[in-house]
Design a protein around this ligand. Structure first.
Ligand SMILES: [Zn+2]
Length: 149
């Protein structure tokens, strides 16, 4: 399988049944983007565009998607970012590492979120600026929680 190094955006109304390699299909009407997995396995990666899913950035020439694409449910388990039409690959993790990492991260994140909740309570009582970092928006953390649970 040959990895795809870049994607070019194609704005369509309907996402086609057969996705051409190297094309990021974007349907504004249905707030959805889709592409053929960049590892070359050919699986269809559908990324809904919404405040709690993915965000598409089109600068007039190239597209970027946020957050990263983590195809954990595919056999390839590829993980990459789409930045200005280019694919940036995350370091490869074995299945065992992903399982271990997810378990570890879930526990770590749950502790982290608990502490965030506590901080949030403190922040409500005190000056926000004293903590020296921006308050995370609820949708962002809800999404991460959903992602890791
Ligand atoms: Zn793949």
């Amino acid at each position: 399988m040959t990895r795809i190094a870049s994607l070019r955006p194609e704005f369509v109304e309907f996402i086609p049944d057969d996705l051409a390699r190297g094309v990021l299909y974007v349907s504004m009407q249905y707030a959805t983007a889709a592409h053929s997995c960049c590892c070359g396995c050919g699986r269809e990666v559908v990324t809904p565009l919404s405040p709690t899913d993915w965000k598409l950035i089109f600068d007039g020439r190239s597209v970027s998607l946020e957050p990263s694409i983590g195809n954990w449910s595919f056999p390839c388990q590829s993980h990459y970012w789409i930045r200005h039409n280019h694919i940036r690959w995350a370091p490869h993790w074995s299945a065992a590492q992903i399982a271990a990492g997810r378990g570890y991260d879930a526990a770590a994140k749950s502790r982290y979120f608990d502490s965030l909740d506590q901080e949030q309570t403190k922040m409500d009582e005190h000056d926000h600026l004293a903590f020296g970092k921006p308050t995370p928006t609820p949708t962002f953390w809800q999404r991460i929680r959903k992602w890791w649970s």
